[in-house]
Design a protein around this ligand. Structure first.
Ligand SMILES: [Zn+2]
Length: 204
């Protein structure tokens, strides 16, 4: 059962803020389930000789998977890892998640939400920019943050030319970067928060 916890200053935030995040969380769960179902369709092929060939073929036939996670370097390990991550996203959203509502300071400047990484794996910080957008977009932002919570970072070292460190403004810019990552660095795309954000958007 999902246990969502909110941490916020009641002088600055109202029940409306909480309700908006709660709705986005519910939608994120739906999108993560849809994404997982597509992964399962790719995975569940007839057993026996040629099983992995059939899985690769099914992956390549999914335009969403190909677009956002690439269709090169589809080793058994890569397919297994991606499947595990997609399952983890759904699982994590269905467990205990803490949302801390933040004011427009520090890491919140210019962002919708952020995640501190390992130590507080279940805590997502929500910034003022988050509110007032469509629930679908908000939901995919939460999925992005959940992927950070699974230990996946932006990839400033391997792909610095595509995704600058700590920079993830929303919109066309990240879309192009995620597309380029899938095309040119598919293994990196399969662990990139942005790529799961955009992939899940395809299931809205
Ligand atoms: Zn991020």
């Amino acid at each position: 059962m999902t246990r969502i916890k909110f941490i916020y200053d009641t002088e600055r935030f109202s029940n409306n803020h909480v309700a908006e995040v709660q709705a986005a969380h519910g939608r994120a769960q739906e999108l993560s389930t849809n994404m997982r179902a597509q992964m399962e369709d790719i995975w569940d092929q007839r057993r026996g000789l040629g099983l992995w060939k059939r899985r690769r073929k099914a992956w390549k036939e999914s335009s969403d998977f190909t677009r956002w996670l690439g269709d090169e370097k589809l080793t058994k390990r890569q397919i297994r890892l991606t499947r595990k991550r997609i399952f983890e996203i759904e699982k994590r959203l269905g467990k205990r998640v803490t949302y801390a509502l933040k004011t427009n300071r520090g890491h919140c400047k210019g962002h919708w939400a952020w995640h501190a990484g390992g130590l507080q794996a279940r805590r997502v910080r929500i910034c003022p920019n988050f509110y007032g957008h469509s629930t679908d977009i908000q939901a995919t932002v939460l999925i992005h943050e959940i992927v950070h919570g699974l230990g996946q970072l932006h990839l400033p070292f391997t792909t610095w030319h595509l995704i600058p460190a700590n920079a993830h403004p929303r919109g066309a810019d990240t879309r192009d970067k995620a597309l380029a990552l899938a095309r040119h660095h598919p293994r990196d795309a399969r662990r990139s928060p942005e790529n799961y954000e955009h992939l899940s958007r395809a299931f809205a």
